[in-house]
Design a protein around this ligand. Structure first.
Ligand code: G16
Length: 550
């Protein structure tokens, strides 16, 4: 075996989005497409940073959600790493690591960083999507400065340094050698499970299952299956079959592994049956997202974060209280009300888990969440689907209350933030960009303007100044805030791979207990009409309505 130097040409468009570089598999499988991106990443990591640290002689973690091309990509990355000075790679067996598990391994093993192969909730298979992202030594997604440096490097890369060694056996636990580099194939579940044991009262949870508590977790044929089985069924004693669609498949068995009521409709239907289990939940492709469902009752992610905050002290890992909480800007303000009542700092960040990293590292927040079915805490630096399931399981065990009762009681105390997100998928990129540019241009005239009985009190393009490192991220979404606290927000998705996706987020607050039981879409019809009036989405796109409304 020998290290080869191979000439290459830059590819356009290798700029990471909200969460790494995501493209169609057909794009990733072009000769040298993956190689170029990884070489650019390794070059940046090998260039001495402000702290003088480089990748030379260091350890990287590697694994992915098991989707199509995962196994091939792992071999390519190992050979590039071996030729670029990496001393050791910790690889999840079979090339598998859920996103939160990758974060846990990076932290536990004090690795330099990690490469996570995932396109998250995007469909898989040969015709589906693939993705790659880098997580830093804190276990969290690389910040924008680093992803921009990698992008800049992709535009200059002319040479690949890669080993011509034969493939290693990624299914065999233990040490193997690749050039000067060691590859340690590790159990993908072990480090993660150890973190969960520290946070939750596993004895209490075992007792719940012994007494017949019933749970259905839909792993959507994705990477969460082995984790959920190992922890819920093998360790906590939930009956076999509690985790369904538990075998990770390269194409997710045709499922769209996005845990929302539309894509996880099978779980929703199950939870509406007369013999529904006590509790239902689903995870996404890389097991960092979660949806929480009670009997015939779906919990909105924004509400989930608010309830977790309110009840955190019931969980051993958070019994000393929270430092603070954070939510992404489009996430509803339900958690703000809880934070205020509890005297906790509450931060509003742009969309993207990477923006929580500094707050978590600085010890300023303990819980974070997003409307896009993501919740997490300081235990790792990613959102975490199974952690959220264990959290909600624990809340039910500790209070003896059902999911629905917990949420309704919460609304009675704090009021309800009616909330929905409308996605307009597959819009022409030009149309979407023009829509956003026109909205931006219209912003100065909007404050003071009335739509029905609501008056606009704030109209801006959200900009975030990170309170820890002072970096500023602009153009993070257009928001209209009204005098009654209602909000209408427009932004373009940063995770899609085809055309553009416009996301419209609608929220209004209802304190009156007698008015907290309306169907969500009905409760937000007026605000949807305001959004249409302001943005003219239908006329511009020719679409009669959103492709997905959750
Ligand atoms: C990623 C980010 C999340 C973000 C979501 C949606 O999630 O990590 O922070 O909320 O994308 O982003 P967008 O609205 O730009 O599509 P994941 O689960 O895809 O990694």
């Amino acid at each position: 075996m020998a290290i080869q130097t191979i000439p290459t040409q830059p590819f356009a468009g290798q700029r990471p989005g909200t969460s790494g570089l995501r493209k169609k598999v057909t794009v990733f499988t072009q000769p040298y497409y993956l190689e170029n991106f990884v070489q650019a990443l390794l070059d940046v990591l090998n260039a001495s940073g402000a702290d003088g640290q480089t990748l030379q002689g260091e350890t990287l973690v590697l694994g992915g959600d098991g989707r199509f091309y995962n196994r091939t990509a792992v071999q390519v990355i190992l050979k590039l790493a071996a030729a670029n000075g990496v001393a050791c790679v910790l690889l999840g067996r079979g090339g598998i690591l859920s996103t939160p598990a990758a974060s846990a391994v990076i932290r536990h093993r004090q690795a330099f960083g990690g490469i996570v192969l995932s396109a998250s909730h995007n469909p898989g298979g040969a015709e589906g999507d693939f993705g790659i992202k880098y997580n830093a030594g804190n276990g969290g997604p690389a910040n924008e400065a680093l992803t921009e440096a990698v992008y800049a490097r992709t535009q200059l890369v002319r040479e690949l340094r890669i080993s011509d060694a034969s493939d290693i056996d990624i299914d065999r636990l233990g040490l193997q050698q690749l050039e000067q580099m060691q590859v340690e194939v590790i159990d993908p579940v072990a480090d993660y499970a150890a973190v969960m044991r520290k946070l939750f009262d596993f004895e209490m949870l075992r007792g719940m299952f012994r007494r017949g508590f019933s749970l259905r977790v839909d792993a959507m044929n994705a990477v969460g299956g082995p984790y959920a089985r190992a922890i819920l069924e093998d360790e906590l004693g939930a009956p076999a079959g509690t985790v369904v669609n538990a075998e990770p498949l390269e194409d997710f068995g045709g499922l769209h592994p996005d845990p929302n009521p539309v894509n996880a409709d099978n779980l929703i239907a199950h939870m509406q049956r007369p013999d529904a289990p006590d509790f239902g939940a689903a995870m996404d492709g890389d097991a960092d997202r979660n949806m929480v469902v009670g009997r015939n009752f779906v919990v909105a992610p924004s509400d989930s974060l608010a309830l977790m905050t309110a009840y955190a002290r019931l969980i051993p890992g958070y019994q000393d209280g929270l430092r603070g909480v954070a939510r992404s800007m489009p996430t509803s303000a339900a958690v703000d009300r809880v934070a205020k009542a509890m005297g906790l700092p509450c931060f509003e960040t742009p969309t993207g888990w990477k923006f929580f990293g500094n707050l978590l590292d600085a010890g300023r927040v303990s819980l974070c969440g997003e409307e896009s079915y993501g919740t997490g805490s300081s235990h790792v630096r990613e959102k975490d689907g199974l952690w959220a399931i264990l959290f909600w399981l624990s809340l039910q065990g500790a209070t003896g209350r059902s999911v629905e009762t917990l949420v309704r009681e919460h609304w009675r105390v704090y009021g309800r933030n009616y909330y929905t997100r409308h996605d307009y998928e597959g819009i022409a990129v030009d149309t979407a960009n023009t829509l956003m540019a026109d909205l931006r241009a219209a912003l100065p005239a909007l404050p003071g303007h009335c739509f029905g009985y609501r008056r606009v009190v704030l109209a801006d393009d959200f900009s975030y100044a990170d309170p820890v490192d002072g970096s500023v991220s602009g153009q993070q979404g257009i928001r209209l805030v009204f005098d009654d606290g209602a909000r209408v927000i427009f932004r373009l998705s940063g995770t899609g791979t085809e055309g553009a996706t416009l996301r419209l987020y609608l929220e209004r607050y209802e304190a009156d207990v007698t008015k907290q039981d309306q169907p969500v879409q009905q409760a937000l019809t007026e605000l949807a009409a305001v959004a249409e009036q302001v943005a003219g989405i239908r006329a511009r796109t020719g679409m009669a309505g959103p492709t997905v409304a959750t």
